[in-house]
Ligand binder design. Structure first.
Ligand SMILES: [Zn+2]
Length: 269
């Protein structure tokens, strides 16, 4: 691998679900149910040469209405707050193809999409016969990616790849068959953007899997992979945890909805 260069990492919150309940997040639940909100993020990397890599692209109003979710800003609006023009983004990693990670392709007309081969096979193959799996996908978004493929705008990843100096993609599966995570070199060391390989810090800390899952064993192995790839627990960024917003310093110019993950956390309560 080439010598890593340092990247800035932004977590950009674009939607939220304040009415989510605790039992929705864990396979093993106790009698003490209660509210446990979740946030929806995309992430952006930028290095000193100005190279930009975006991870995931959220969902749109139509899906939000259908599922009772609340969009606060489009991913493109969120990106513009930290000085990134979605229309000029050339590299976009798709962690997995669930509706809340792979919509809005039209906002990224110049992007090459990096997706695991297994994820495209999963989203278009026999397991989609089951409503249980299919319900979390949006067929229009899947078709958007297929259209992109036919326009030379999909790069398939098979397992692990070094996408740029200091940025590697790693297949973990579990939550979906082709889910991938992103490891990024920063001023504070190796940070892992776990996306839905770890929804919340508590899934990892309590080794209590998230119930929307394709393969539980792979999800549990994924928790171990995340821990191996990250320098410390403070270098692990779960995909939907509101604590990310309170733990990390706000990004200048987008204080209300963006934080810097390449900087040390402000607190770790
Ligand atoms: Zn997901």
């Amino acid at each position: 691998m080439t010598d890593p260069v340092e990247w800035e990492i932004f977590a950009l919150k674009y939607a939220e679900r304040p009415d989510a309940m605790k039992h929705e997040h864990f396979v093993f639940t106790d009698a003490h149910d209660g509210p446990m909100p979740m946030d929806y993020f995309i992430w952006a990397l930028r290095n000193e040469t100005g190279r930009i890599i975006v991870i995931d692209m959220g969902f749109e109003e139509k899906e939000a209405k259908k599922r009772g979710r609340k969009i606060l800003r489009t991913p493109a609006e969120a990106l513009s707050g930290v000085g990134i023009d979605a229309a000029t983004v050339e590299e976009l990693v798709i962690s997995h193809m669930h509706y809340d990670h792979c919509g809005n392709a039209h906002q990224f007309p110049n992007a090459m999409f990096f997706v695991q081969e297994r994820e495209m096979a999963f989203a278009t193959g026999r397991h989609m016969q089951h409503k249980t799996f299919r319900n979390i996908f949006a067929v229009d978004y899947v078709v958007d990616l297929i259209r992109a493929l036919y326009r030379d705008r999909v790069t398939f990843v098979d397992g692990m790849v070094e996408m740029a100096p200091g940025v590697t993609l790693h297949h973990v599966g579990g939550h979906t068959d082709g889910l991938q995570i992103v490891r990024v070199w920063t001023a504070r060391g190796w940070v892992v953007l776990a996306a839905d390989a770890a929804h919340l810090y508590a899934n990892l800390n309590d080794v209590n899997p998230f119930p929307l899952v394709f393969n539980v064993a792979d999800m549990l192995s994924g928790y171990q992979t995340i821990e191996t790839l990250a320098d410390t627990p403070q270098h692990i960024i779960p995909g939907h945890d509101p604590l990310v917003m309170s733990r990390f310093p706000a990004a200048e110019g987008a204080e209300k909805y963006a934080v810097r993950l390449d900087l040390d956390p402000l607190n770790w309560d």
